[in-house]
Design a protein around this ligand. Structure first.
Ligand code: PEP
Ligand code: MN
Length: 276
């Protein structure tokens, strides 16, 4: 088997290889059945299979919406059945593993927990694939070492996520460090996806950054979408509405044949070569 065909994610009924895109979308937080089902329907119609939605939210302020918690997991379970989707949600407490067992397909470790090494050691034994986000002040090396807590602890099914780092720049929420993508590819066999939502913090530049991430070699994206971003209880400014999501998917789908060729290492056609 060519290394390019290596699966980046294997679930009982879905295998995602390096030639596929792992496109995860959904609301920042699960807010209601209506909101979650609307987003799930969009993901399904777009032809993708992975729904994100936070139930236990790690908020910077204790006064901000903390997520629907147990009720959020219940709603994610309903959306999973109703739409045949795989569920990605953040885990903030090892004690929640039982609650997540039947519903959650990929455990997200958030930026704030990337350096919680005891938690990483516990999650290495969780028996589910993990999406590990880069900390806001973590170097690429620190991200890779955090991943090794999971892999050396017994879980090889780790997907890295570049989600921006904190810099002096004010026009974006974080600075999307796209150089992390090709660097990780040089240094690690682990797949890496990009989160343009939390890095940019503003919906108007998500599409170009999402496309740039794929061109840089990312294996996928995780993007926040909401039926009515102005009314979102969390991260509305960076959430795509459904029209923007469809535009992004359309543009990604146009790129897909090209991306597949690049990942398979296909040579340029003769007529595409620059004459010597
Ligand atoms: C999220 O995905 O909703 C989130 C909180 O992300 P991060 O950990 O990257 O801030
Ligand atoms: Mn969010």
């Amino acid at each position: 088997m060519k290394s390019a065909m290596k699966p980046i994610l294997k679930l009982p009924d879905i295998t995602v290889t390096r030639e596929d895109l792992l496109l995860i979308a959904g609301p920042c937080s699960v807010e209601s059945e209506e909101q979650l089902f609307a987003a799930a329907g969009e993901v399904r119609r777009a032809g993708y299979r992975f729904l994100r939605g936070g139930a236990f939210k790690p908020r910077t302020s204790p006064y901000s919406f903390q997520g629907l918690q147990e009720e959020g997991i219940r709603l994610l379970g309903m959306a999973k059945k109703e739409f045949g989707l795989k569920i990605v949600t953040e885990i903030v407490d090892i004690a929640h593993l039982d609650l997540y067992a039947d519903t959650v397909d990929i455990l997200q470790i958030g930026a704030r927990n990337m350096s919680n090494f005891q938690f990483l050691k516990q999650l290495a034994k969780a028996g589910k694939p993990i999406l590990l986000k880069r900390g806001i002040a973590a170097t690429i090396e620190e991200l890779l070492l955090a991943a090794e807590y999971l892999t050396s602890g017994g879980n090889p099914h780790v997907i890295l996520c570049e989600r921006g780092i904190r810099t002096f720049e004010k026009y974006t929420r974080s600075t999307l460090d796209l150089s992390a993508v090709p660097i990780v590819k040089k240094l690690s066999p682990l797949p890496i996806i990009v989160d343009p939502s939390h890095s940019c913090g503003r919906s108007d530049i998500i599409i170009p950054m999402a496309l740039a991430a794929l061109m840089a070699g990312a294996d996928g994206l995780i993007v926040e979408i909401h039926p009515n971003p102005q009314k979102a209880l969390c991260d509305g400014l960076q959430s795509l509405d459904f029209e923007q999501y469809r535009e992004m998917v359309l543009k990604i789908n146009r790129l897909r044949p090209y991306l597949r060729d690049v990942k398979q290492g296909k040579e340029a056609d003769d007529e595409q070569r620059i004459p010597e």
